[in-house]
Design a protein around this ligand. Sequence first.
Ligand SMILES: Cc1cc2nc3c(=O)[nH]c(=O)nc-3n(C[C@H](O)[C@H](O)[C@H](O)COP(=O)(O)OP(=O)(O)OC[C@H]3O[C@@H](n4cnc5c(N)ncnc54)[C@H](O)[C@@H]3O)c2cc1C
Length: 415
Amino acid sequence: MTIALPRDLDFAVVGGGAAGFFGALHYAARKKGARAAIFEKGPGFLQKVRISGGGRCNVTHACFDPKKLAEHYPRGTRELRAAFHQWQPQDTIDWFERRGVALKTEADGRMFPTTDDSGTIIDCFHKEAERLGIEKHKKTELVDLVRKDQGFALTFANGLTIHAAQVLLAGGSLKANALTKAIEKCGHPLEPLVPSLFAVNVADRRLSGLSGISLENVSVTLSQGEARQGPILITHRGLSGPAILRLSAWEARTFAAEKYHLPLRINWLPTLNPQALQAAFANLRTKAGRKRISKDPLEGIPKRLWERLVEASGIDKAAVWSQLKKDAQHRLTEECLNGTFEITGKTTNREEFVTAGGVKRSSINFKTMESRHTPGLYFAGECIDMDGITGGFNFQAAWTTAVLAARAAASKQAS
Ligand SMILES: Cc1cc2nc3c(=O)[nH]c(=O)nc-3n(C[C@H](O)[C@H](O)[C@H](O)COP(=O)(O)OP(=O)(O)OC[C@H]3O[C@@H](n4cnc5c(N)ncnc54)[C@H](O)[C@@H]3O)c2cc1C
């Protein structure tokens, strides 16, 4: 049975997540009296917002220079730089503040609602949607989309069919399903989908039993590619923390190509070069000659990890600094600055994960987020081949692209 809505829509939003809601709210705020609706396939709206940031929702990041901000996106840097001139974190902060939602900044720049509760963001969106008269349909999955009568015919899995003058696709991370088929049919090739922001599995004697130990600043590198720096956490499966998540984002395609089995190089002391480390060892040989090497960690390396690095260098547990020979010193330097660990898989990061790949950026006009092939069709959020590192950057990209799409759609109909 086909159910039809009584009147055509001006703006249909597919996806009741972060980008879809923000897009619908901005469109409706600009186009009073227009008919806008959100269609969500799941049983509830804003599900990812709810679980985001460990339930606290890391809404954005305190970085207000569009150029610097765009550098946090492994895919989309160039396109987002211009987009952030239109809508950036300060606009997000102001928007929420005007609606009574205050945000706070943590030491690392991540911004959360002062309530530390993602429910605050969700309540704000629902209240706004109600105030602006936006229709919301859950359990309504888009299965087909075709250009029709200067607009679009949308078909949903529950039998609903509608006609909309313009459509915003904000379906989040894409999978091989009806939505991706519909997108491809509209002339939009997809970049292959691969996970980003994951922890890695490492089965290595040097790390076993050390789960819970963290370091403030390490540098991690794959055999090729740039080193990524930041805090690291040893987990019961391997390694996690910002340095690893950054690496997983920037090297998402290399990881996928190697099927998550590849060597990882770790520099546990990235502020020291080999010469400085040699000088530190020489100093310890003379000034702390009687101290046991294995019990005298260098600053920045936790005791238990240091013991493992000393052991891996083939240095006797009981050896003291004055006994450190040249070849052992060389091996210890390698362990500290260039240790190689074998990655044997990936693990979902509980705080945040995203999909890299999706609708090709080159097929979208990033000034308006409108399709270059199908006028009236817009994209926002994670369905686009665009993603950021962890820290509030992914939501910021969703907010920005949604606002651009909504503004363009609203002004188009006005003309
Ligand atoms: C555990 C976790 C924590 C995270 N925490 C953070 C964080 O703190 N800060 C941050 O910046 N980012 C975070 N992210 C990433 C962030 O959630 C996403 O980048 C963001 O949600 C993308 O917004 P979106 O609207 O594009 O997609 P989504 O929020 O995923 O919304 C897309 C919606 O579209 C619906 N949909 C899909 N297909 C159809 C269809 N055919 N018909 C109708 N509806 C459809 C989906 O059900 C979904 O509700 C986190 C991600 C995860 C998984």
